[in-house]
Design a binder for this molecule. Structure first.
Ligand code: AMP
Ligand code: TRP
Length: 333
């Protein structure tokens, strides 16, 4: 049976190779299985949990949509929309925040990381962010949610919220309990400068990530400058112990080539690093620079993006407003 897929990406700019390999590449593969129905959301309500400049936010919503389209998400096959256009998300989020428990939210590690030392100054939105994420997913009866490893805990919370709603209101199976879809390998792409840190849009060093808007020369330069170590290329996967940078680069190669890490290790064992880096740079440029060209093209004249978001939000509205209406009826409104 086909899957009902929902996933979201925040429009916070600088989407990178980690987002592509960990999430968006999967979105496209899931969409291309005709049995699935897919909804992909630019989660702009999530973005304002930290301060945003309105003009930059507006551009980032378009840019994230352009990344979806340029990566191969097709508005004729998937619903593409931005969250703030469908008011059911905020409405359902309130209802579910009365179901979720403080104790559950207090365990969320992403809040602890993002709020940092001064928790008192974090927005309430940042704290309840996973409840909005649950609303996103549950409104569409999603059965499967493709995300990177870092979102696993939020998915578990969505499952708990769905189950508690169904049991509190004696409506078994009304909210569908979603399964996370996390790739077994390559679900965490690391910084090019530090193999122990995730590749991240907020890293101050631009050399730490390949942005999906980087051109061919920028990509090649960044791979050449990526950190490695003084040992030779490994010939077995246990040769990668304590070599996170090399493991990450081989993982990027394997993932973009749709092959296993073991095969990449075999391919390069005995090679020197510069040969490997040349091949890797070539592959990343071959896969990413067409995407970056297409993004730039789409952003030059954004009427197409605006039209796709408008049409997508109408379709999403149709599904989500029905679900929230049923929720309200169950609650007794
Ligand atoms: P975000 O940009 O944080 O909204 O993330 C969008 C999607 O990309 C989520 O599914 C994340 O789990 C995924 N993601 C973000 N950074 C990485 C990374 N370094 N490696 C793999 N997946 C990532
Ligand atoms: N929290 C996710 C992230 O930061 C984005 C997100 C919001 C999401 N709503 C979602 C992902 C629903 C999957 C499903 O990456």
């Amino acid at each position: 049976m086909g899957k009902k897929i929902f996933s979201g990406v925040q429009p916070s700019g600088n989407l990178h190779l980690g987002n592509y390999i960990g999430a968006i590449k999967n979105f496209v593969e899931l969409q291309n299985n005709k049995e699935n129905s897919c909804v992909y959301c630019v989660v702009d309500l999530h973005a304002i949990t930290v301060k945003q400049d309105p003009n930059i936010l507006k551009n980032n919503i378009k840019e994230t949509t352009a990344v979806f389209l340029a990566s191969g998400i097709d508005p004729n096959k998937s619903i593409i929309f931005n969250q703030s256009e469908v008011s059911a998300h905020a409405e359902a989020s309130w209802i579910l925040s009365c179901v979720a428990r403080m104790g559950w939210l207090n365990r969320m590690t992403q809040f602890k990381e993002k709020a940092g030392k001064d928790k008192e100054k974090a927005s309430i939105g940042l704290y309840v962010y996973p409840i909005l994420m649950a609303a996103d997913i549950l409104l569409y009866d999603a059965t499967h949610v493709p995300v990177g490893e870092d979102q696993k805990q939020h998915l578990e919370l969505s499952r708990d919220i769905a189950q508690k709603f169904n049991s509190d209101y004696s409506c078994p199976n009304f909210l569908k309990v979603p399964e996370p879809l996390i790739q077994k390998s390559f679900s965490r792409i690391m910084s090019l400068k530090d193999g122990k840190k995730k590749m991240s849009k907020s890293d101050p060093s631009d050399l730490s990530r390949i942005n999906l808007t980087d051109n061919k020369d920028e990509i090649i330069n960044k791979i050449k400058k990526a950190k490695t170590d003084n040992f030779s290329m490994p010939d077995k996967s246990n040769g990668l112990d304590k070599r996170p940078e090399v493991e990450n680069l081989l993982g990027i190669y394997a993932s973009l080539n749709n092959q296993s890490l073991e095969n990449s290790i075999k391919e390069f064992s005995g090679n020197n690093f510069s040969d490997f880096k040349n091949k890797l740079a070539e592959l990343v440029a071959e896969k990413i620079s067409p995407i970056s060209k297409e993004i730039n093209k789409l952003l030059k004249e954004t009427t197409l993006i605006d039209k796709i978001l408008l049409e997508g939000s109408e379709k999403a509205q149709d599904i989500a407003s029905k679900k929230v209406k049923e929720m309200k009826k169950i609650i007794g409104f």
